[in-house]
Structures are given as structure tokens and as C-alpha cells.
Design a protein around this ligand. Structure first.
Ligand SMILES: *Cc1c(COP(=O)(O)O)cnc(C)c1O
Length: 339
């Protein structure tokens, strides 16, 4: 078996990220003790969960002598924004294929930042983040044809290698909990491509934490495709690590019912969660991922599944730039102006 710590990484993230108590949120919900793992504060270019994956992916890109990184996502992709920033920092060219609902999306949020970091942006008309995969392959071939050395990774950086960053996060969290003599019962996280969840589950196999991971589906109303993707990335990651074939795979728990009108569309529950976190803890959530994951957490507190005697960790995966691309909808749904 390979040692997780021996995979090369480039240092991009500020680690460990803080693990903070959210007492005013707990009180407002009359619910469990809530701790927030602040991966929104990973540091690089407004942070978020994708930075941990990039530490492994870009170390591999550099080891292979790449001069250009290519990836894809939705037009407001946090993953693409931090890839563009990391590429700038490492002196690599960056090519992004971005799926956009509208032909001329406003230069705001993550798209603005992609341009600022000097990425070559290819807009692709589609509502889903993975729709640009074929275009990505064409552009990768084009880089090779002009004598460049491309390194390509899919939406979310969710490859077997990338997601090992989240196996390491489990170890980081366990150290932080132990230092405070705490144990946690649940960890709640937003799941999009499933990579972060898969990485956390690899960490669960390796480090046997006390908590169960609950992934909130922010992509679709049912869990079939997301569970399948998560399982596939988990299996590839396990093979990369050389985990024994008979090692028990942890339970996959994906919760549906919180995506609202669809991926990227602010939901009423999401708007409520964004407003509540802002006003109880001074913490920014986002309309696409963390607002909906927190809406799931709030709902599970209200239904009694996350009981008052439990300790729950919310993994804050970032995403705040999308607050500004959805400012009007947010102001309306969260009734910001009347208060
Ligand atoms: C990408 C992203 C996620 C989901 O991570 P996956 O590994 O794609 O499941 C969650 N939150 C934010 C803010 C993200 O940008």
C-alpha cells in the first residue's frame, strides 16, 4: 500500500484550515453542537475545496513537464477560478472550457477572476458543468499539436489523485478534534462531482473517524448519477493507494431533496441558510453549493435526525464569488432590503 503522505504536493493551500464553533447558529436552530471546518479559507485566490485537490494534481503536472493545464466546469466554477490562479502562480498556461446557460454571461464572480488570472476562456452553451468534456479533449490535442505539453483534468479536479487531498483532510480534522478533546458524530458536505465526498470516504477507510459523512446533492433531484460517480472515484482512489481489495468500503450517504430548481439555481432553503449564517456567525455561504448543503443540515436538525446531543461538522467548501453573480435573486429571496 502507498503512503498517502508520500504523494508529491505543491504548496498552494493554507493548512490546516480553522475548525470553528458556531454557537449562535446552534442556538438559533435549537440543535446540535455545530463546528465549521473552514475550507473556504484555504487561502489561494478566495479559497475553497478545490485548492486541496490542485496541490496533488499540479504537482503531477509539473512532474510530467506540463506547460499548459486544461480543465472545465460551469461558467461560475470555483474549481476553474482556483486552477487559473494556481496556474498563474506556477507559471503555467491555463485553458478553461466553461459551460454557460447564456451566450454572453456577465463578467462577474468567478468568470471575472478567470479573466483576471489570464486564463484562455472557451465558453460552451450548456447548463451542466461537465458538458464541455469533448471540447476539452479537442483543445488538449491542439496544445499537443503546436508542441506544448498539456495536462488535463475533469470538472472539479475529481480524479483519483485529486481527491486524495480530502483523504488527508480527514486526518487533519481528527487531529483538530483530538486537540480539543472532541468527537463528532456527523460531517455534512456539499457534493457536486462527488470527488470531495469520495476523498472523505477514502480518509474514512484509512483513519476510521467517529463521524458519518452526509453528502448533500447539489446537482440533481435524485442520487443515481452522483452516487455512481462518487463510487467510481472512490474505487479509483483506493486502487491508486493500493488499498487491500477486501478493505471495507464505508457507507455512501448522499442526500437528495435540496437542489431546488436545479444546479446553480438559488433555492428558498439555500437563501434562508445564507442569510442565517451571515446573521448568526458572520460567515458567507454561496447559492450553488454551501447554501444548499447548509439547508440540508438545517432540515435534518428540524426533522430530528441531527439531534441536539450530537456534534456536527459542516465542511465549508467555499464559493462566495457566486453571491455577486446572483445578487438580485439573493436580495429578493432572502428579503435583504426590507430588513
Ligand atoms: C466544487 C464545489 C463543491 C463540490 O465538490 P465536489 O468535489 O465537486 O463534489 C462544493 N462546494 C463548493 C463551493 C465547490 O466549489
Amino acid at each position: 500500500m502507498r503512503d498517502l503522505h508520500n504523494f508529491p504536493r505543491v504548496s498552494l493551500a493554507h493548512l490546516p484550515t480553522p475548525l470553528e464553533d458556531a454557537p449562535r447558529l446552534s442556538a438559533a436552530l435549537g440543535g446540535p453542537r455545530i463546528l465549521i471546518k473552514r475550507d473556504d479559507l484555504t487561502g489561494l485566490a478566495l479559497g475553497g475545496n478545490k485548492v486541496r485537490k490542485l496541490e496533488l494534481l499540479l504537482a503531477d503536472a509539473l512532474a510530467q513537464g506540463a506547460d499548459t493545464v486544461l480543465t472545465t466546469g460551469a461558467v461560475d466554477s470555483n474549481h476553474c477560478r482556483v486552477t487559473a490562479a494556481a496556474a498563474a502562480r506556477l507559471g503555467l498556461r491555463c485553458v478553461l472550457v466553461l459551460a454557460a446557460r447564456h451566450e454572453a454571461p456577465p463578467l462577474q464572480g468567478n468568470l471575472l477572476l478567470d479573466r483576471l488570472f489570464g486564463a484562455e476562456v472557451h465558453l460552451f452553451p450548456a447548463p451542466v458543468p461537465t458538458a464541455g468534456n469533448n471540447r476539452l479533449l479537442e483543445l488538449t490535442a491542439a496544445v499537443r499539436a503546436r508542441g506544448g505539453k498539456p495536462y488535463m483534468f475533469p470538472a472539479g479536479g475529481s480524479t483519483a489523485l485529486g481527491v486524495l487531498g480530502y483523504a488527508l483532510t480527514v486526518e487533519e480534522l481528527l487531529g483538530q478534534l483530538a486537540a480539543r478533546h472532541l468527537t463528532a458524530d456527523y460531517l455534512v458536505v456539499a457534493s457536486g462531482t462527488g470527488g470531495t465526498h469520495a476523498g472523505l470516504l477514502l480518509g474514512t477507510t484509512l483513519f476510521s473517524p467517529s463521524f458519518t459523512t452526509l453528502a448533500v446533492n447539489v446537482i440533481e433531484a435524485d442520487n443515481v448519477a452522483l452516487s455512481e460517480r462518487t463510487r467510481a472515484v472512490y474505487t479509483e482512489g483506493a486502487a491508486l493507494l493500493g488499498l487491500p481489495e477486501n478493505s471495507a468500503r464505508p457507507a455512501f450517504t448522499v442526500r437528495a431533496g435540496y437542489v431546488g430548481g436545479g444546479y446553480g439555481v438559488l433555492s428558498p432553503g439555500g437563501a434562508e441558510a445564507i442569510r442565517l449564517l451571515a446573521r448568526t456567525e458572520g460567515i458567507l455561504l454561496d447559492p450553488v453549493y454551501t447554501g444548499k448543503a447548509m439547508a440540508g443540515l438545517i432540515d435534518l436538525v428540524r426533522t430530528g435526525e441531527l439531534a441536539a446531543d450530537k456534534t456536527v461538522i459542516f465542511l465549508h467548501t467555499g464559493g462566495a464569488p457566486a453571491l455577486f453573480t446572483q445578487a438580485d435573486t439573493l436580495a429578493q429571496q432572502a428579503a435583504l432590503v426590507s430588513h
